[in-house]
Design a protein around this ligand. Structure first.
Ligand code: ZN
Length: 314
């Protein structure tokens, strides 16, 4: 949505509130008291009342905490700015654009939206990678192990939504590239530093960051033995080393881009800062695909933050 459409569609507080309410109605309210999802809408109090325990929640409660005193229109302008520009927005800039007196609630709003947790959906390519990092202080006097187990390598998990290209896009994509394996495009990615490759460590990340209905493609590493349990399907494949970059194309593109970016900017990375740098990389990478769908996605994440059905709807 461009700026003109945003100002036409959401010209005032009432229009933003209507859209917000419609979106909350659609995704359903969950009672924070008893967990029921059956509610009445009480128009006199402008709140959802639980049919079971009568607990009431306002339009702004039980959602991502965006600075609940701010008008809905501020949230919508923030959705727009975050999803329509490649430029990174500072809280100071947003405060200036909104003409708001106080910095702190705007900072909270922006950070909550940036950190909004969404789960990856659809088909996910999944693999691990290794980043060269400095030795931890307590490792400096120990003998250096070689290869993947080296103390100079930090382990990461890489997950990327791999989406089939639509038919009409497909023709363009085929002309652009002779590589048939590229006929899937990437959507969102996530990268996490992990301390070990134990199955429990990996599964807990999957549970938190991948939708239950998703399907995972990976190699047949023993760390992935139970990967099928938190998701709908896991398709481990025996992939020879020389083919792994093609078979799991987007995770490998993500890893090599992240390494290039980190090497370009930093000479030595302390392992404790690696996750921060990777968050910055993923944030930028994922913004490439921001647009109208992302505006809606941000709205859904916000309205249905604590809703167990939250990420199944787009
Ligand atoms: Zn209740």
């Amino acid at each position: 949505m461009n700026l003109l459409n945003v100002s036409k569609t959401f010209p005032n507080e009432a229009s933003c509130k209507r859209k917000w309410t419609a979106s909350r109605d659609h995704h359903g309210a969950i009672c924070s008291h008893c967990g029921s999802n059956a509610h009445y809408w009480k128009s006199d109090k402008e709140c959802y009342e639980c049919k079971i325990c009568k607990y009431g929640q306002s339009l702004k409660s039980n959602i991502i905490r965006l600075g609940s005193r701010l008008p809905f229109r501020y949230w919508f302008i923030a959705f727009h700015l975050l999803t329509s520009t490649k430029k990174s927005f500072s809280a100071k800039e947003l405060q200036r654009q909104l003409g708001h007196k106080y910095y702190e609630p705007i900072w909270t709003l922006l950070h909550k939206l940036r950190d909004a947790e969404y789960r990856l959906e659809g088909v996910i390519e999944f693999d691990e990678g290794f980043f060269s990092t400095e030795l931890q202080a307590d490792e400096k006097n120990k003998p250096l192990k070689r290869g993947r187990g080296s103390q100079k390598k930090s382990k990461v998990l890489v997950m990327s939504e791999s989406v089939p290209v639509q038919k009409n896009e497909n023709k363009k994509e085929c002309k652009k590239s002779s590589n048939k394996d590229k006929i899937r495009k990437v959507n969102h990615i996530k990268i996490f530093v992990i301390n070990d490759l134990k199955s429990e460590t990996i599964n807990s990340k999957v549970q938190k960051h991948i939708d239950k209905q998703a399907e995972i493609d990976s190699d047949n590493s023993t760390s992935y033995t139970n990967l099928g349990s938190p998701v709908a399907q896991h398709r481990p494949k025996v992939i020879p080393n020389e083919l792994i970059e093609k078979a799991l194309l987007w995770v490998h593109i993500a890893i090599s881009n992240a390494k290039r970016m980190l090497l370009d900017i930093f000479h030595d990375i302390k392992p404790e800062y690696l996750q921060n740098y990777l968050n910055g990389f993923c944030y930028k990478f994922n913004r490439k695909y921001f647009g109208e769908v992302q505006f809606e996605r941000l709205l859904v994440i916000s309205v249905a933050y604590k809703n167990q059905f939250r990420y199944h709807v787009l």
